[in-house]
Every structure is written in structure tokens, then in C-alpha cells.
Write a protein that binds this ligand. Structure first.
Ligand code: HEC
Ligand code: HEC
Length: 484
């Protein structure tokens, strides 16, 4: 799945989020995605293997099907620059329309669609020019300028996009949609790249009976809002339960809970069920991306042994995506793992039970021996396959690199990533570390570019297990982690 490509080591991005023209890298990015699409369609063309047809259809559905009400139209998207601060606004004004769209995508963490760069991979754009958020908004990202299937979108600026769309809608006298209203009631994501997503399904489930009919209940505002980093989708095949605390049994219906808006009722869910079997087949087929640069194999070999002794009991065996995979899917008690506990405390046993007893938790009997958990003890130790690509780390995305995971005392209190820079030495996001938030006044859009670990739900503490390793062992484990 990996198309090798060269990255210019001096590649840097300007701080206001505008990427200088890097045609070479961008072409490489498109080529790899186009290659991926071609493979999927080839599988479809062969037509004999039903599973591969499902896989190809799943990807196609994710990128073409509108499952939610539209968020905005092309006219709104093309006017977003009018809300930007100077000097960005003037630069956009003078730019040709294609570059202006490109600037807008950069600002909101979107990736141009390989077939039509005027629209983004993360939104389905209908024939009428209306943009509808898809699962890929949060679940399709890029690393070092290259889109990778199933990689979390660590650049998505969901709240800034929604805020600026709302401003344009007021000017163009257009009605607000569900996202515009939703974001007035609850925060969608206070740091770019992370979202308050877990709350959508749970909050909306309170307004449904077990058969998904809407029931009138007063709005509840007692939910603890917090941002989360989406997990890599290539782990899906390995998991029997989903989410940070592993409370929900996996299955094609569980994938649909994100579609719980009032416009979607039992009729829609039943009609789309089979499509979500295809989407699930696509998720199930994903494999982790390989580290595209050189590895010191002797050092990595040493790291393998250290990992087996200190990490494997929770995270599974080496090369665990192979047939010999041992993945224990272990839930580690919250006090033992010690990472931020807001996500753990935010759901009550009742919230978890509501979802686990609903239609969403019932899946095709073949593989569904898993049942839901209403009171899990803590967080699941995730598989570490492709871990080099999926920074930032931990369920709340609080730690920018694997080096920082291994050096718990050196984790930055506040960090600001370069736009899409990749840190090959520390393995993860290229960041600027700060001791505290800058003192000057920031706009809300600027503030969201900083990860402030002192905020609720954003602590980078815990998971001190690597403290047992000496420096040499840590260096070898870091090298080994590149090979997973
Ligand atoms: C607004 C961002 C966002 C959107 C849109 C979104 N997700 Fe997610 N997704 C998340 C976050 C954040 C989590 C982690 C939640 C948790 O662990 O509590 C998650 C978790 C998941 C998981 C669990 C993975 C695991 O290993 O535990 C799956 C599967 C998933 N999403 C599928 C989907 C599908 C399918 C769609 C579209 C129908 C979708 N998501 C739309 C943000 C999003
Ligand atoms: C006692 C069980 C346990 C041990 C031992 C352990 N971990 Fe973890 N690890 C976890 C849990 C649980 C999480 C999830 C924490 C969270 O997201 O808040 C985690 C998360 C991680 C992550 C971040 C994963 C991601 O997708 O964000 C990395 C990287 C990691 N561990 C590496 C290691 C390494 C390397 C070692 C050995 C030096 C190790 N772990 C030892 C339980 C363990």
C-alpha cells in the first residue's frame, strides 16, 4: 500500500498555515492515494471475490455518499477567506481561485481530493455543490504531506471551520445547519486535530429509544466536554471492542452511531445498513503504513527484546499485524495507566448501557460474540502497528512524539505543531514546545493551534511504564517502534 517517495529534508512550513508550493511532494501524495483508489477499483473489476467488492464499495461510499445533512455550499466555501485575519485575507484575495481553495483547505486541515482538487477528501461534494461532512473528516489524515488510508486527521480544524462558515452564512443570509447550531451549544474541538466526537453519539442517544425512534426529552447539558484524538482505523481488524475504554462491541451498526441526527430515523438506518457492511469491510482490510525512511536494524533488534520485556504484555507481540499476531486487547485500570481520566469519567454506566442495549450494538452473528461493557476499568492498550504515523499520542492526543511517550518528564506543557512537519528523530509531529500559553492576545482560531496540557481533559501525564528503561534501552525501543 505504500508508495515510496522522497521528502526534502529542508521542507518547512510557514507558521500561518500556508504551505509554500511543493509540487513534488503534493504529486507524490496524490499518486499514493490515486494508486490506492486504483487498487480498490481493480479489486472491484475482478469481480470474483465478494469481500474485495465490498472493500472497494466501502471506500467509494465513504467518499461519495451523503449520510448527513449538508454543512455548506460551494459559494460559502469560496467566500470563507473573507473572514480571515490580515495579511492572510489580502493574500487570498489576490490569489487565483484554485490557490485560494487550497489555502482554505490548509487552514481547516482538509486534503484535496485526488480526482478533483477543488473539493476535499473529507467532505462529500454533491452535484449541487453542497458539502457534507463524512467520516473521513476526522478519520483521513496525512503524514509528512502524504494521505494514508485510515490515518487520523490530526489537522482538522472543525471548530474554526464551523465558526467561519457561520459568519459567511450570516452575510449571505443563508440558514444555519446542524453543525452551526451544535457548535453554539457545545464545543466541537478546542484544539485542532482533536474533536469532542465521543459526545455526539452519547448525547444524541439520549433522545432515542432502543429502536432509534426520536423521543422528546429535555436537552441535557451535564456532559463533560473534552477533545479526543481519533484512533487509527487500521487497528479495526484487531479489535473486538471499540473506543478508548473498549466499552462497545464492534460491528457495522456501531459504525453508524455517528449518523444520529434528527433527520436520520429508523428508516434511514435500516436502508443504509448494508452499505455499512461495505464500509466495515474496507476498515477491516486496512493495513498499517510502513515507515518510509531508513531504519538502524541492529538497534531496532535490540529494541525488540526490550519491548517484549517491558511493553508486550499490554500492547501485544512484535510485528503483531502478521498472522502470528498476539494482541491481548488489555484494559488497564485507570489509576495504573494514569493518563488523563476525563474521557473515562465522562461516560456513566447508564450512557454506556444505553448504547450497548441499542440497535447499534447488534451485529452480524458470525463474529459477534463480544458484548458491551458498562463499567470498564480503564483504557485499552492499543495495538502499536503503524504507530510512527499516528501522532499525536494517547487517547487525547496530548503527546506529540514517541520520544515524548518514552520520556515522561520531558513532555511539553504547551505545544504548537508546525503545519504538517514530521519529526523523524523524535518520531511524530514536528512541534514547538512552550512552558505556557503565549501572553499576547490570540484569536480563537490561533488559540486552537496550541495544545495546552493544563486544560481539563488535556493532561499529558501518566503511562510512566517506559521510566523503567535506561536511555540506551529507550533509544533502541524508539528505533523498534518505527518498524511496527
Ligand atoms: C468529528 C470527528 C469524527 C467523525 C466525523 C467520525 N469519527 Fe469516528 N471517532 C472519532 C473519535 C474522536 C473517536 C475516538 C472515540 C473514543 O475512543 O471514545 C472515534 C472512534 C471511532 C472508531 C473506533 C476505533 C477504535 O479503534 O476504537 C471507529 C471504528 C470509528 N470512529 C468510525 C467512524 C465512522 C464509520 C464514522 C462515520 C460514520 C466516524 N467514525 C466519524 C472521531 C470522529
Ligand atoms: C500496563 C500496560 C502497559 C504497558 C506495560 C505499556 N503500555 Fe503503552 N499504553 C497502555 C495503555 C492503556 C495506553 C493507552 C493510554 C491512553 O490512551 O490514555 C498506552 C498507550 C501507548 C502509546 C500511545 C498509543 C497511541 O495510539 O496513542 C504508546 C506509543 C505506548 N503505549 C508505548 C508503550 C511502550 C513503548 C511501552 C514499553 C516501554 C509501553 N507502552 C508499556 C498500556 C501499557
Amino acid at each position: 500500500m505504500l508508495v515510496p517517495y522522497k521528502q526534502d529534508a529542508t521542507e518547512r512550513f510557514t507558521m500561518d498555515g500556508i504551505r509554500p508550493a511543493r509540487t513534488g511532494l503534493r504529486v507524490a501524495a496524490w499518486v499514493s492515494m490515486a494508486w490506492f483508489l486504483a487498487t480498490a477499483w481493480e479489486a472491484k473489476a475482478q469481480g470474483t471475490d465478494t469481500e474485495s467488492i465490498r472493500v472497494a464499495r466501502g471506500w467509494n461510499l465513504l467518499t461519495t455518499r451523503e449520510y448527513l445533512p449538508a454543512d455548506f455550499d460551494q459559494e460559502i466555501f469560496d467566500a470563507l477567506w473573507t473572514t480571515w485575519p490580515e495579511p492572510l485575507r489580502s493574500r487570498a484575495e489576490q490569489a487565483p481561485i484554485e490557490s485560494r481553495r487550497r489555502m482554505a483547505m490548509d487552514r481547516y486541515g482538509l486534503i484535496p481530493h485526488p480526482d478533483d482538487p477543488s473539493r476535499s477528501l473529507q467532505y462529500v461534494v454533491g452535484k449541487d455543490g453542497r458539502w457534507t461532512m463524512s467520516c473521513l473528516a476526522c478519520h483521513q489524515g496525512q503524514v509528512a504531506g502524504r494521505p494514508i488510508p485510515g490515518l487520523p486527521n490530526s489537522n482538522y480544524a472543525i471548530e474554526t471551520l464551523t465558526e467561519e462558515v457561520r459568519l459567511v452564512k450570516v452575510r449571505q443570509r443563508k440558514p444555519f445547519g446542524h453543525m452551526d447550531m451544535g457548535s453554539l451549544l457545545l464545543p466541537l474541538g478546542t484544539t485542532n486535530g482533536t474533536t469532542n466526537a465521543v459526545m455526539f453519539g452519547v448525547a444524541l442517544m439520549r433522545h432515542r429509544d432502543k429502536d432509534l425512534n426520536v423521543v422528546a426529552r429535555p436537552l441535557k447539558f451535564d456532559l463533560i466536554h473534552h477533545d479526543m484524538d481519533s484512533p487509527a482505523w487500521w487497528h479495526y481488524a484487531k479489535r473486538s471492542h471499540l473506543y478508548a475504554d473498549g466499552f462497545a462491541p464492534k460491528g457495522h451498526r456501531m459504525l453508524m452511531q455517528f449518523l444520529l441526527v434528527k433527520e436520520n430515523g429508523p428508516k434511514e438506518f435500516l436502508a443504509w445498513e448494508d452499505e455499512f457492511r461495505d464500509i466495515e469491510a474496507w476498515l477491516q482490510s486496512l493495513t498499517p503504513p510502513e515507515w518510509p525512511w531508513a531504519v538502524d536494524t541492529a538497534l531496532a533488534e535490540k529494541g525488540r527484546a526490550v519491548f517484549a520485556t517491558h511493553c508486550g504484555s499490554c500492547h501485544g507481540s512484535a510485528g503483531s499485524h502478521t498472522a502470528k499476531a498476539v494482541y491481548p486487547e488489555k484494559i488497564v485500570p485507570i489509576d495504573e495507566v494514569g493518563t488523563d481520566r476525563v474521557r473515562f469519567d465522562s461516560l456513566t454506566a447508564r450512557d454506556r448501557r444505553n448504547l450497548n442495549e441499542s440497535w447499534f450494538a447488534q451485529s452480524d452473528a458470525t463474529r459477534d460474540s463480544a458484548t458491551g461493557r458498562e463499567s470498564p476499568a480503564g483504557y485499552v492498550a492499543p495495538p502499536l502497528d503503524g504507530i510512527w504515523a499516528s501522532g499525536p499520542y494517547f487517547h487525547n492526543g496530548s503527546v506529540p512524539t514517541l520520544w515524548h511517550v518514552l520520556h515522561s518528564a520531558s513532555r511539553p506543557a504547551v505545544w504548537h505543531r508546525t503545519h504538517t512537519g514530521y519529526d523523524r528523530d523524535r518520531v511524530g509531529l514536528e512541534v514547538i514546545s512552550l512552558e505556557s500559553m503565549p501572553v499576547q492576545r490570540l484569536t480563537s482560531a490561533e488559540r486552537r493551534a496550541y495544545f495546552d496540557t493544563s486544560k481539563p481533559g488535556k493532561s499529558a501525564a501518566g503511562h510512566d511504564f517506559p521510566d523503567a528503561l535506561n536511555e540506551e534501552e529507550k533509544t533502541s525501543v524508539l528505533e523498534y517502534l518505527k518498524t511496527l
